[in-house]
Design a protein around this ligand. Structure first.
Ligand code: GAR
Length: 195
């Protein structure tokens, strides 16, 4: 079974969708760790409720970005993590973790990358940009994580039509529903060796 660690900053609805998918008999993967930079993240509370090992790790708990990078990598290696999923994780990973887990870190992003990605493009800002640009279609992407925001190779994308009168909030909710399908699908595929 593929051992997956999820990194998350706030709500963690994707992390929850992934956990629920992992409980299916044929999933081929399990969530062995949830890490958040935010001690108050709903995602950490959910992990505790579900008995999933969880950690609050940030520069506050670990002092410097370098120490945090080393401690996170140590945690991943100690637990035998095979795949790291960042899902609503609003921090960059350090160079040690990126190097040790090259091609084994994936992220979900709420647009059709390469459109509306990069620094500052997260959460509601993405959907506002889609509406401001007049795009007729948006969606969700899962991609490999590299040192640059949203720049790694795209693994899978799913489209969501933009509708007349859409608000950023409405669009965000429809894209999120698609994210909850897409992310578990990609992880299942990776677990089956087809990623
Ligand atoms: C999701 O829409 C995710 O794609 C987005 O944050 C939300 C987290 O929701 N991530 C980014 O914008 C990263 N650039 P969640 O905490 O409920 O999973």
């Amino acid at each position: 079974q593929l051992k997956v660690a999820v990194l998350v900053s706030h709500t963690g609805s994707n992390s929850r969708a992934l956990h629920e998918a992992s409980l299916r008999d044929d999933a081929g993967f399990g969530i062995c760790l949830v890490v958040s930079n935010n001690s108050g993240a709903r995602a950490l509370e959910y992990a505790r409720e579900q008995g999933i090992p969880s950690r609050h790790m940030s520069v506050r708990t670990h002092g410097t970005p370098e120490e945090l990078d080393a401690a996170l990598l140590d945690e991943l290696v100690t637990r035998g993590v095979d795949l790291v999923v960042t899902a609503g994780y609003m921090k960059k990973l350090g160079p040690r973790t990126l190097a040790a887990y090259e091609n084994r870190i994936i992220n979900i992003h709420p647009s059709l990358l390469p459109r509306h990605g990069g620094p500052g493009m997260y959460g509601m800002a993405v959907h506002e940009a889609v509406l401001a640009t007049g795009d007729e279609v948006t969606g969700a992407s899962v991609h490999h994580v590299t040192a640059e925001y949203d720049a790694g190779e795209v693994i899978a994308r799913r489209e969501v039509p933009v509708m007349a009168g859409d608000t950023a909030e409405g669009l965000a909710a429809r894209v999120l529903a698609v994210e909850h399908q897409l992310l578990p699908e990609v992880v299942r595929r990776i677990a089956a060796g087809k990623g």
